[in-house]
Design a protein around this ligand. Structure first.
Ligand code: ADP
Ligand code: MG
Length: 504
């Protein structure tokens, strides 16, 4: 990353970026029609006369979409306005049957918020301390506004279905509820853009506003980029990269566009405000059209819709429903449960994982030990079973019981871990499972003493080393005893027995 043109701290130009992010709201039906929101369905299987703009139809606002939109506004510290206006944004496109998109313009749902991002020192190129240590820094990215709007359909160019020149139209997406989240031009590198989008995505998922799956187009963004000479106050002219929907393409597109603008400015040229497309194959950006102005859209309040009114009480009710978000949770896991920053960060990646951890920690009583089990063994088992944490059959109580069996020396960590894939898939009572599978730890001193005696007899050099003061050898000998007992011996008993015999 360090050699990206966009991040080089000694480049002549400073990169300035503002994002417009479109987010699908997690509703069952569309914003103004009862057609269901479907993904990966046959084309045109979710269309209603309203989506088709048949004569005489009227839009009916989906209140659940409004609630989710407000949740997004509150989670990003925006001021939600009790009154906002739906406007018509007029333009022609085959996937927009009405000839206009219902959006909000002059009076949006919310304004003036912020998202706090954490940037690795290495990425920001600025916070490297004298010793060369890289300290992560926090930065607030201001939000200009959040407004509600409907999505358009999809035009599918040349899929080889109806001849090479055909453009097909799929209206399943037409009318899907969105919020558009507009940031101030506060971002300074591709790494900051990435951190911003990851934070935003986590926040949208924690609040259940959106699944925010970029591959499904539920989170897409327009990236506005300009350059200015370092130290200069005024912003340069910006260009806009439209509809990017993967982290990789966003990073690459920024890099390519910074390169393009740098070359123009270096030659004394002028940047024209334009809308661009990124071509991933050539890793270059291309001007699609010179920038249209908002005047071109002939915005006006939609006469079919009354102003959107939400009472202060309603806004407060929604505010109270906002759950603890990743960042606060991460801090609390450290202060309340004594976890390391690393463990806390890992465990708060998703709300499902953090909930699973915390419920297990409560059931078991020792959060640090539970964190180890979840991050190492449970994650390993879910991966092996190709399951997401919110789809596993293992309950927090079952996991707590399993860990307790290990704590009490009733089974070994190895045996417990071996049971996890099955528990993750099917669930079950760990106590019964350990008994049925004969995985009880061997605490029978007769068996352990015999294994210890055998190992000592078989490893005279190591025993000698131990007596010469190399105490680490005991770990090797322990391993040998565990092997002899098929990993079933209670490790504490083995250590005790070994020490007893060696120190005789
Ligand atoms: P429009 O809606 O016409 O695209 P806006 O004024 O709403 O225009 O700005 C859209 C986005 O462009 C915002 O995210 C804003 O932060 C960003 N932006 C504005 N000026 C610049 C600039 N000079 N450089 C980079 N980004 C900018
Ligand atoms: Mg724009």
């Amino acid at each position: 990353m360090a050699d990206h043109a966009s991040q080089s701290p000694d480049s002549k130009y400073e990169v300035v970026i503002g994002l417009e992010t479109h987010v699908h709201l997690r509703t069952a039906s569309k914003l103004f029609s009862p057609a269901p929101v479907l993904y990966g369905e046959e084309p045109n299987h979710s269309v209603h006369p309203v989506c088709l703009a048949l004569p005489g139809v009227l839009p009916v606002l989906n209140r659940h979409a409004v609630e989710l939109a407000i949740r997004a506004c509150l989670a990003t510290h925006c001021t939600v306005h009790e009154r906002s206006i739906f406007a018509r944004k007029n333009y022609f496109y085959p996937d927009l049957p009405k000839g206009y998109q219902i959006s909000q313009f002059e009076e949006p749902l919310a304004t003036k918020g912020w998202i706090e991002i954490v940037i690795d020192g290495a990425d920001s190129g600025e916070s490297v301390s004298e010793k060369g240590d890289v300290e992560p820094t926090n930065k607030r990215i201001r939000l200009t506004r959040i407004h509600m709007e409907e999505d358009a359909g999809k035009s599918i160019h040349d899929e080889g279905i109806a001849g090479s020149d055909a453009t097909l139209v799929d209206l399943n997406r037409c009318g899907v509820p969105l919020v558009e989240i507009v940031s101030e031009p506060d971002l300074r590198s591709a790494a900051e853009v990435s951190a911003y989008l990851r934070t935003l995505r986590s926040l949208l998922r924690y609040t259940e506003v959106s699944h925010a799956d970029m591959e499904l187009g539920q989170l897409r963004c327009d990236v506005n980029i300009s350059l200015r000479i370092r130290g200069e106050q005024e912003y340069g002219t910006r260009t806009e990269l439209k509809n990017l929907n993967s982290f990789r393409f966003i990073e690459e597109a920024i890099e390519a566009e910074v390169k393009r603008q740098t070359a123009i400015l270096d030659e004394g040229g002028e940047i024209l405000q334009a809308t661009l497309r990124y071509d991933p194959e050539r890793r270059e950006t291309f001007v699609m059209r010179l920038k249209e102005d908002s005047d071109d859209y002939r915005y006006f309040p939609d006469p079919d819709l009354i102003p959107l009114v939400v009472s202060a009480q309603e806004i407060e009710r929604i505010r109270r429903q906002i759950p603890e978000l990743a960042e606060q949770k991460c801090e609390r896991f450290q202060s309340e449960h004594g976890l390391s920053e690393y463990a806390a960060t890992q465990l708060t990646q998703t709300r499902a994982l953090s909930d699973f951890f915390e419920a297990t920690a409560v059931a078991h009583g020792q959060p640090k030990s539970v964190a180890n089990w979840v991050l190492r063994d449970v994650m390993q088992a879910t991966k092996e079973c190709d399951l997401e944490i919110d789809a596993i059959a293992l309950t927090p109580e079952q996991l707590a019981n399993l860990i307790r069996l290990v704590d009490d020396g009733k089974t070994t960590a190895k045996s417990a871990s071996a049971l996890l894939p099955e528990l993750v898939r099917l669930g079950g009572d760990p106590v019964a499972l350990v008994r049925e599978r004969g995985l009880e730890a061997v605490s029978d001193t007769g068996v352990i003493d015999q294994a210890v005696a055998d190992v000592i007899a078989e490893n005279p050099e190591n025993v000698e080393k131990y007596h010469q003061g190399d105490e680490k050898v005991i770990n090797f000998l322990m391993g040998q005893v565990m092997k002899k007992t098929q990993g079933k011996a209670n490790p504490a008993s083995v250590r005790e027995a070994l020490a007893r015999v060696l120190d005789q």
